[in-house]
Design a protein around this ligand. Structure first.
Ligand SMILES: [Zn+2]
Length: 446
């Protein structure tokens, strides 16, 4: 008979539509699914049970990261006081030296840090493919398999180097047809549409200032032919908006609409600079936004209109973004950052602590098209569960466990389950990251 896992003894916050919370509750898991959630201890089970004691803990859905660049773990701390375009200009030549080994080390470390911050599903947007770098995309997928997290691997691309008016040097961009062929290969090799899938592939030309309009259009067609999702950076900075206006006479959102990039299968990283009409356009088309508050702060990009997007009905999730622009790299911390930015600009009711948790779970699931599978603790959903230790100097006495999670210091994750399987920290991750970071630094200065 199949063993069941019983998580009991702690507070349970289900993040379901009814807002179910139990001051003391239980979650029962069989295989990769949740079978029941309820108050108090779990009723006696008629099968063997593995018990996870959550006494003194808060139990939530595993968090969902909607935007990341895992390869950047090996290039943190560059251009620390720069704008996005200055930062990119310094980093592109470093990234051009990466290979599958350094990307695997960086991605393994990045995913380990995400797991420590309660994350069970991560979207990774990889758009740098050095010519001599080997299979860097496969290296990210292998890192997710090693770490045990669910991955949405976005096959990015750039075809607009400096010689074509883009921002990246020509050495890091691909030929358009080659990029599209490699994107199709990535889907064929790795995309798993099954409901309990651990790897899904999305299509992700990088940004208006590094990708041609032709590649944007053709990539969207390719994604829709294959039934996979679409992801790109949009409306991140005023520099980008100015370039879009100068080049196309359009705002970034108008440009996205022109090239087929609004729709329920699209989620956009950042979406900071939006007019009220553009907020309505995202909501009306079901286009999602990956809100990356720390990265937007680090690069001084601005503050996304999250309240407006939520009120309009647009899907909004949270993203860490690449850690070259968010060196701390945890997803849990983004709940606090999102709440503080929202309230600092929109007043004390601009975001509640439960909305911050909702963004990091249900909102993220919606952006990734997986609302039916992940993002809440409900019978039938995948058993992606975070058990947070509340106690010690950090949390003892905080009246509301969700306030402790969002407003307090991020609690330690006691147990993290992804599809009912415990995520265990891997050996050697730090040593591999140290070697990869040093190698990229040395190559850059030589
Ligand atoms: Zn990004």
């Amino acid at each position: 008979m199949a063993e069941r896992i019983v998580v009991e003894g702690g507070s349970v916050v289900a993040v379901d539509d009814a807002g179910t919370e139990h001051a003391e509750g239980h979650v029962v898991i069989e295989g990769d699914r949740i079978v029941s959630v309820g108050p108090g201890s779990a009723p006696p089970q008629d099968v063997p049970v593995r018990r996870i004691d959550a006494t003194g803990c808060l139990v939530t859905p595993g968090l969902i990261n909607t935007h990341h660049h895992l390869y950047q773990w090996a290039t943190r701390g560059y251009a620390a006081d720069s704008t996005l375009f200055e930062w990119l200009t310094e980093l592109y030549p470093v990234w051009a030296r990466m290979d599958a080994e350094s990307v695997h080390a960086a991605a393994s470390a990045g995913l380990a840090q995400l797991a420590r911050s309660g994350c069970t599903t991560a979207a990774d947007h990889h758009y740098v493919f050095p010519r001599e770098g080997g299979d860097v995309f496969g290296a990210v997928v292998a890192a997710a398999e090693r770490t045990g997290l669910r991955l949405h691997a976005v096959r990015g691309s750039m075809d607009r180097g400096r010689s074509r008016g883009g921002l990246p040097p020509d050495s890091v961009v691909e030929d358009r047809d080659a990029a599209l062929a490699a994107t199709q290969r990535a889907i064929d090799d790795f995309h798993d549409p099954a409901p309990n899938s651990r790897v899904r592939v999305a299509v992700g030309p990088c940004s208006p200032f590094s990708v041609s309009a032709e590649l944007m259009r053709e990539a969207a067609e390719l994604a829709r032919r294959n039934g996979v999702r679409l992801h790109t950076h949009l409306a991140e900075t005023t520099d980008e908006a100015e370039q879009c206006r100068a080049e196309f006479g359009r705002t970034p959102v108008e440009y996205a609409e022109d090239v087929g990039w609004l729709g329920p299968d699209v989620w956009l990283a950042h979406a900071v600079h939006l007019s009220p009409a553009e907020i309505r356009a995202l909501a009306a088309t079901g286009t999602g936004a990956a809100h990356c508050p720390s990265s937007n702060g680090r690069l001084g990009a601005g503050i996304a209109p999250v309240r407006g997007l939520l009120e309009a009905g647009a899907p909004v999730g949270l993203g860490v973004d690449g850690v070259a622009s968010n060196e701390s790299g945890g997803l849990g911390e983004e709940m606090r950052q999102a709440l503080l930015l929202a309230r600092a600009t929109g007043g004390p009711r601009a975001m509640s602590v439960r909305e911050a948790l909702w963004l990091a779970t249900r909102g993220g699931a919606r952006c990734l098209g997986r609302e039916d599978e992940i993002g809440s603790l409900e019978p039938g959903k995948l058993a992606d569960v975070a058990v947070w230790r509340l106690g010690g100097l950090d949390h003892t006495g905080i009246a509301d466990p969700v306030a402790a999670l969002v407003l307090g210091r991020l609690p330690q994750v006691e147990t993290l389950l992804c599809g009912g399987i415990e995520v265990i920290e891997q050996d050697n991750v730090v040593e591999e990251l140290d070697r990869a970071s040093a190698r990229l630094r040395l190559v850059e200065v030589s």
